[in-house]
Design a protein around this ligand. Structure first.
Ligand code: IDP
Ligand code: MG
Length: 187
């Protein structure tokens, strides 16, 4: 094991084509930090909780390198869901959607990192599970749009609104990112 991951092998591993370097993980910005702090709301829906997929979802986001800054399990209040899905209130499936989302607890999380909104949408996959690519969360665990396991905000503005809706600011933890400081990401 020491041989495989020894000093000689490490530079090759890090520069190989399958391992993106830190520069590919960031967006340029003017001055200060070289990446814009972005946060998104992710929620494991009641079917995901029932199917014991919470750990898998967390693992995927952690493995990617995103930072968990808030998490709680709750029975979603109808008031929160009505606000969260207000765009969909006139859709024929809306009553069934609210019934599904209140059928059991959800696990709501706030994740932080460069381009976390866009990346998390790519990680969860298409809304319609039948269209979701294998390798995405919906593409791996769901076969129907009405039981699609997970929510993730679809824009930076939407994420800010949803985070405020689901979390008190005191529930978000701005912890020191040792990985970031040790050079995995640019400063
Ligand atoms: P998204 O979750 O991928 O952002 P939205 O269009 O915002 O998709 O829809 C919110 C949720 O409403 C979906 O995740 C899904 O649970 C549900 N939904 C959307 N379209 C349908 C449908 O045609 N039938 C049943 N449920 C739907
Ligand atoms: Mg949506």
């Amino acid at each position: 094991m020491g041989g495989l991951l020894g000093r000689a092998a490490l530079p090759g591993l890090l520069s190989g084509p399958r391992v993106p370097g830190p520069r590919l993980l960031v967006r340029p910005s003017s001055g200060g930090s070289s990446w814009t702090r972005e946060r998104t709301l992710v929620a494991v829906k009641p079917d995901g909780v029932q199917r014991r997929l919470v750990g898998d979802v967390i693992q995927r986001f952690e493995r990617r390198g995103f930072k968990l800054v808030g998490m709680k399990m709750l029975q979603a209040p109808e008031r929160v869901l009505a606000e969260h899905y207000h765009d969909l209130q006139r859709k024929p499936f809306y009553p069934a959607l609210i019934s599904y989302m209140t059928s059991g607890p959800v696990v709501a999380m706030v994740w932080e990192g460069p381009n976390v909104v866009g990346s998390s949408r790519a990680m969860i996959g298409h809304t319609d599970s039948a269209e979701a690519a294998p390798g995405t969360i919906r593409g791996d665990f769901s076969i129907h749009i009405s039981r699609n396991i997970i929510h993730a905000s679809d824009s930076v503005e939407g994420a800010q609104r949803e985070i405020q809706l689901w979390f008190q600011s005191s529930e978000l933890v701005d912890w020191a990112d040792e990985v970031h400081q040790s050079g995995i990401y640019p400063p």
